[in-house]
Design a protein around this ligand. Sequence first.
Ligand SMILES: [Zn+2]
Length: 93
Amino acid sequence: MNNRKFFNPNYGVFCCNHVFKQKREVLVVIRDDDWQFLCGEDDDDECHLICVEHLLARDPSLNTMAELNNQTGAMRIHMNADWEYFELEPCRG
Ligand SMILES: [Zn+2]
């Protein structure tokens, strides 16, 4: 049986300004209730809400991020590297 999950194309996700403007590739994905697709650099904290299909059209490998559990994330060192998965630190705010 195939349990793979896929994003609804119209699903809204957050991305950083660099990814939004297609200046950088997505290297960090975080699922913290919402999905965030980030370049991994903190030099601009502006973020945008977009339909995930735009990101998937540029990089179909991001489809695998639909399988992230809540409070986990994945990162890769460059566009063609393997994803490494991690758990988010609980927020003690
Ligand atoms: Zn960025």
